[in-house]
Write a new protein. Structure first.
Length: 216
């Protein structure tokens, strides 16, 4: 094979791979977008709500919106147990899970129906920690609550962790920027595993390439 033919083959191969990559991302984006509007709420053993920012013990509007949806699900009898997740960010006095638990009790959920996962700093870490103690109690069938654009990724993480999960999103629109970030996270997570995605994100953060928590 001549050098010219070899170069031509390399260019064609590269172009084909690039096209496949673009198609993969487009298909993943459509899946993320479609799943953002899907509500799979059904009777389960537990409801797991993903954490978000809290301000000195007061849930942020994003977290409060998720918790309001959890209250509705609990009152509808979807599950007898609620797991609130999320640790403490640097400088915080309260964990996201603690702020969430307090909010739920203020809105009529008994403390006996609430479990706290207070160690996770990312979605994967929170779900992994919650999955461990839920499995210890014989619980694997859960409904996950977060923002809609998280639906596809948290469903994939739950499957990776051995949970039988459906996702019921809190109300609200899915911003294009969030959908695009989720598309990248899902596309990469499917290829390398969501646990490795978290470690990759941390490595990139340390190198100063991404803003902290890009794959949270």
């Amino acid at each position: 094979m001549t050098l010219r033919r070899a170069l031509r083959l390399a260019v064609r191969t590269g172009a084909a791979l690039a096209l496949l990559g673009v198609v993969y991302l487009v298909v993943t984006f459509v899946q993320v977008w479609l799943q953002a509007g899907h509500d799979g709420a059904r009777p389960a053993q537990a409801i797991v709500v993903l954490g978000a920012a809290q301000y000195d013990g007061v849930p942020s509007p994003v977290l409060a919106n998720r918790l309001d949806h959890v209250v509705e699900l609990y009152e509808d009898g979807i599950a007898p147990l609620i797991v609130v997740t999320g640790g403490r960010q640097p400088g915080d006095r309260f964990t996201e899970a603690g702020a969430g638990a307090t909010y739920l009790q203020q809105h009529g959920v008994p403390g006996s129906a609430i479990e706290r996962e207070t160690t996770g700093g990312t979605t994967w870490e929170s779900l992994a920690a919650a999955a461990r103690f839920l499995r210890d109690d014989g619980i694997t069938d859960v409904v996950l609550v977060s923002d809609g654009y998280h639906n596809l990724r948290i469903g994939g993480i739950a499957h990776e962790l051995g949970l039988e999960a459906e996702v019921s999103p809190a109300s609200g629109r899915a911003p294009l920027g969030a959908l695009m970030r989720e598309t990248v996270a899902v596309a990469v997570g499917r290829l390398i595993g969501y646990d490795r995605l978290v470690r990759l994100d941390e490595t990139v953060e340390q190198a100063g390439v991404l803003a902290p928590g890009a794959a949270r």
